[in-house]
Design a protein around this ligand. Structure first.
Ligand code: HEM
Length: 500
């Protein structure tokens, strides 16, 4: 591959002075980056290069080039950029492509994220669903405009904390975890610069470093005791436990970077792995769920069609059961359309290449930072008619009248959307995320009628937080469709009974 260098040119892009342009790009939010990159694609084409610090950063906006890179040349493009030694984390998403990543990723996909294991958490989802209903009803009793996303987020925290640590925690403890994890995520752009320029920012941004260290300390204080408690429970031979993520981490062995010997994960490493599990599984899913509910409020005809489908399957049941979901092609179509139209990340996580490689007639040099324009691909008018419209029918066969159309979300044959990435680094949680979206959306529509609260028309303007979320969060009026029967004992207040 070294021979590529003299023959191939680097991808085109604007000329840049390394330090200035580095700071300039690192300080940008993903929305600002996206707008700047769009201008570059129209000027230079679907593969462009900018300079961030001393590194080339290459952005790809074409589905075909993304497929070549992520799938056909997947092993070369599966690396991640080298982490700063100061903010170095041991988890799946930031591990270099190598043995540690393989062990951590296989641990996730073969255990807690394996479909057979997902089934074990069916009761946990019912429990979480009732927490969601209770909170929505209680919120609606004090203010008819319910800010839905807060309740969705908390519910997913309850569920993922249970899947992670194996315990149903008190509401106040879950709120504390939610608070620290969200603070770390929402300050992601502010903290990103620390890892990129550790020496300089230690002097210039001292208080920001202190803030980051104090959040890490708080995170450890909250999560480490839960890991220890689980270890004690697992050591107790008499207790029968459904496997949680921590159980799988406790048994895991990785190869030590320095000594090359096998070793167990340290407590600190387990904390970062758990934090990744929570962050990966909650914020993204909650964001998409809010977008889907917003579209169902905005387009009552779609909500009515979905309700009809649910009624046809569920009959007189109070809740949609997990086994009902497979019989609902329109529900699947609504969820896929939500994921296509509103990807929570407009870029995937940063990739890097392990060697010089050719892409689109250009040289992608070893260790270059590479990323892919998810939204450009999800909204490509060559694949999707009226791409900015919310049209679930596009995921049904016979233009909406038939059953589910074949759609490969993994993009292994062709990339039509990139919401979960593709290839070796594809999101390992995509199955769980889709299952959660289907289960909660179906139940929310079955339980309540959703309309815009007075003075809160649905506004689909985007805003960059950790994910691309609603600038004006959905505030909906929810009216129960049926008499509520609380079927689960909950650690939160019992649902207020409403008269529909
Ligand atoms: C709607 C929900 C979700 C979306 C849109 C989403 C999206 C993504 C994307 C775009 C990537 C990066 C792919 C790449 O770098 O090429 C990713 C990676 C990852 N996601 Fe998700 N994700 C979701 C849910 C989940 C869930 C439920 C979990 C686990 C509980 C999860 C865990 C991870 C992990 C561990 C990685 C790193 C994979 C690796 O580097 O090998 N995600 N996700």
């Amino acid at each position: 591959f070294l021979s590529l260098k003299p023959k191939l040119k680097l991808p085109p892009g604007p000329p840049a002075a390394p330090i200035i342009s580095g700071l300039q790009w690192l300080g940008k939010s993903s929305t600002e980056m996206e707008a700047a990159l769009r201008r570059l694609y129209s000027k230079y084409g679907p593969i462009v290069r900018i300079t961030i610090g001393s590194r080339s950063a290459i952005f790809i906006s074409s589905r075909d080039l993304a497929h070549q890179a992520l799938v056909l040349k997947g092993a070369i493009f599966a690396d991640r950029p080298k982490q700063s030694p100061v903010t170095k984390l041991l988890n799946v998403s930031s591990s270099r492509y190598g043995p540690t990543w393989r062990i951590l990723r296989r641990n996730l996909t073969s255990q807690i994220l394996h479909p057979s294991q997902t089934k074990e958490y069916c009761d946990a989802r019912k429990w979480a669903l009732n927490i969601l209903f209770t909170r929505l009803i209680s919120a609606a009793s004090t203010d008819p405009a319910v800010k839905v996303v807060d309740h969705i987020m908390f519910t997913l925290f309850c569920l993922l904390v249970l899947m992670c640590f194996g315990h149903k925690l008190e509401e106040s403890k879950i709120q504390e975890i939610e608070h620290v994890e969200r603070q770390l995520l929402l300050s992601f752009v502010r903290f990103r610069i620390l890892g990129s320029w550790p020496r300089l920012t230690r002097i210039l941004l001292r208080s920001r470093w202190e803030e980051l260290f104090s959040l890490w300390k708080k995170q450890k204080e909250l999560l480490a005791p839960l890991i220890r408690a689980r270890k004690d429970a697992a050591d107790d031979q008499t207790s029968k436990l459904v496997t949680c993520y921590v159980d799988t981490l406790l048994g895991l062995e990785i190869q030590d970077d320095q000594s090359n010997e096998k070793r167990k994960l340290t407590e600190e490493e387990m904390v970062t792995a758990c934090s990744e599990f929570l962050d990966g599984g909650i914020e993204t899913t909650a964001t998409v769920m809010q977008w889907i509910m917003a579209n169902l409020v905005k387009y009552p005809n779609i909500q009515a069609k979905l309700l009809d489908e649910i009624r046809g399957v569920v009959g007189a049941e109070a809740q949609v059961r997990e086994e009902d979901l497979a019989k609902m092609p329109y529900l699947k179509a609504v969820v896929l359309e939500g994921l296509r139209r509103h990807p929570p990340g407009h870029f995937v996580l940063p990739h890097s290449v392990s060697q010089d490689v050719e892409l689109g007639g250009y040289l992608v040099p070893k260790a270059a930072f590479v990323n892919f324009a998810v939204a450009e691909m999800n909204w490509d008018p060559k694949v999707w008619e009226d791409p900015m419209e919310f049209k679930p029918e596009r995921f049904l066969s016979d233009n909406g009248s038939g059953g589910p159309a074949e759609f490969d979300i993994t993009g292994s044959r062709e990339i039509k959307m990139l919401t979960f990435g593709a290839g070796r680094r594809i999101c390992p949680g995509y199955g769980l995320a889709i299952h959660h979206l289907e289960y909660f959306v179906a139940n929310l529509v079955w339980k309540f009628e959703w309309t815009a609260a007075e003075g809160h028309e649905v506004d689909l303007t985007e805003k960059q937080e950790f994910t691309i979320t609603m600038k004006h969060p959905l505030q909906a009026r929810i009216s129960p469709r049926q008499k509520l029967i609380p079927d689960y004992k909950m650690s939160v207040p019992e649902p207020l009974l409403w008269n529909p």
